[in-house]
Design a protein around this ligand. Sequence first.
Ligand SMILES: *Cc1c(COP(=O)(O)O)cnc(C)c1O
Length: 368
Amino acid sequence: MPKTQETTLEIDLSALKHNFQYLKSKLQKNTKFLAVVKAFAYGHDADQIALHLQNLDVDYFAVAYTNEGVALRDAGITKPILVLHPLPVGFSTIIDRCLEPSIYNNKVLNAFVQIAAEKNQKDYPIHLKFNTGLNRLGFSENEVEDIYSKLNASNAVSVKSIFSHLAASEDPSEKEFMMHQINSFKSISEKFKSFFGYQPMLHMCNTSGILNYPDAQFDMVRSGIGLYGFGNSEMENKYFKPIASLKSVISQIHDIEEGETVGYNRAYKSKSSMRTATIPIGHADGIGRPYGNEKGFVIIAGKKASIVGNVCMDMIMVNITGIACEEGDEVIIFDASNTADELAHSANTISYELITAISQRVKRTIKK
Ligand SMILES: *Cc1c(COP(=O)(O)O)cnc(C)c1O
């Protein structure tokens, strides 16, 4: 195996395919699959991931912001792209690049209809987002009539889907509230149909929704984290393969005497003689300060080496006392068996935050 020579995020496209097929196996035959590739495909590499998924049978993509959709179009993505949280400043670009906006309140509805009309659009596809309990973005059920009046007066746009988002689909103790959200969504879709006279595509489930609420698949599901290899529960994680391995290398080893300190602010004080290794990855690469002071760890020669002292911008120091290793040896921050999920938990956060934080400075390599 070639040794890692610098901090590298290796992306395994066959694991991506495995996760996609596993998620697809959970769907009814006609349910469409939307791949969520916002935030650089959760920190991996949006272009490579989306291009690979486009060749598998993904129906739709979603990003959070307009510029992410533009980047996908520039990379050669031709399938529909839903922009989940567009802001009016990007509406003209949305139309120019054939992106499809989520419309979540009256202000953005008015702004989008106006721009679409100015650009002489007819039936430009929009997606209406409804709030069913997350209280983040979305219209409420009692706004359907108003939306109808507004859209009835213009033929510039047409509603291609209506959707909502679950607040805690991974948490079994929130089942009752999830059912309440699902039922509200059904009632919104009925109301929509009674005004508009047709039913657009309906979608509600994220990854954990697919796994835990099979009756709420409607016409499409939206999956992000599952594609990248996490099922949000110990039971489900077994069926997924994390697609990324974050590796680095030992740049320098130090022998530390009892009572010496390590790193900024002298935050670590050694209790006896010990060895540390300095690794070229820091908070500017996505390993945040909460991982410091022996919360987080890396794997060297198959053993856990905890982070001592504060995480620096470009480096961490880890305790390698008792681990047989030398300068130039490979370091695993996370991979398919030492998972990002586990490392994230060490700093009281979740896999989503750790993987999306891996900064653009870290080299990406693609394994086919
Ligand atoms: C990010 C996001 C998703 C994907 O959620 P996962 O838990 O990663 O599958 C789906 N829908 C919306 C609206 C989102 O913002």
